[in-house]
Design a protein around this ligand. Sequence first.
Ligand code: CMC
Length: 383
Amino acid sequence: MSEKPEYVPGLAGIPAARSSVCLIDGAAGKLQYRGYPAEQLAEHCTFEEVTYLLLFGELPTRAQLEGFSAELARERSLKFRIIDVLKQLPESGHPMDALTAAVAVMGMFYAEGDHVADPAFRRLCAIRLVAKLPTVVAAWHRIRRGDNPIEPRTDLGHAANFLYMLEGEEPDELAARIMDVALVLHAEHSMNASTFTCRVTASTLADPYAAVASAIGSLAGPLHGGANEVVLQMLRTIPDASPEAVRRWAEDKLARKEKIMGFGHRVYKVKDPRADILQGLAVSLFEKLGTTPIYSIAVELERQMKDLVGHKGIAPNVDFYSGIVYEKLGLDTDNFTPVFAISRVSGWLAHLLEQLEDNRIYRPSQVWTGTADRTVVPIADRG
Ligand code: CMC
């Protein structure tokens, strides 16, 4: 008889798919989308180009990019009844919950074709989801404070249009480019929790809106995408940037066995390459807009953590510096994770398309830990 497979908590190291979307070498700090280094994509490509690469496997030619960008721009607006749904939600609710709700109802409003077996339907869903997520996030940002949403513009790039829809002001070139690079850097990251969630939902042949809604729910947790929001709150509890104050704070947390947000990763055992680039983006924003005291605290915390737990492979991850960048761009703290979602949707959809190309429903096993073969005692006889 063959041996039963061993249970691995968190499925650490267990392959859940064969994939050609994203390659990570956690020991070397290497991240590639479809074989291209993320650093090169961040330097040379827009989010639209990277989305095309993720969805279709190759970088677009100029003509392909123009056609694809125009398609995305045309699909940015939302049906007014989706806006109506957002208006019914409690304004104290978290934007990630509003986003999950809006994406789930999108499946009802854009159901034409409604068959994931049809590649044309899958492609249209992918375009719509990438195009509309920023509009939902910006609309909810305004609706919850009593303002009307701003219609998307078709003459702006994906990142610039998102910033424009938040406050109605066209961002300058630097802000638009930095937002664009942040979107590129968050677009894909292999078999993380939300991508796995998306693939599991897709494997049941549920519609892509349901798959993406479930992925958004998974991303929201503080151990995953939600960490970017918590990092800033955490940094604000450190009294000042002096090495003594930061060291004392970190030692206290570690002694209490508390996680320090923005550090650690299942795959990376060195500093996440995205954290380095985001840190650079923060510095370039400071040159124009002035620095922020939180940044000096973050840099000192990185230094102290290296000394305290660096030998365990615990280093800054993507969420450590991203919040500092977003805050400088004027985003509300609870919009940081939604920004992660409007980028990661490209990766989720690349995985969804790949899953459906060669689908088998996910149905893992378990290790039984209960008592078997019990007999039901009728309620009248239970003591
Ligand atoms: N602070 C302090 N200790 C840590 C941290 C941390 N942030 N991360 C890991 N460790 C320690 C952990 O206590 C454990 O130590 P020991 O072996 O002595 O018990 C060891 O490192 C392994 O940790 P783990 O929690 O078993 O590792 P994991 O692979 O299950 O979890 C993680 C990975 C990212 C959930 C975890 O590092 C963590 O909770 N980090 C803080 C939250 C965070 O920043 N999340 C964002 C992740 S990156 C972007 C994304 O996924 O969205």
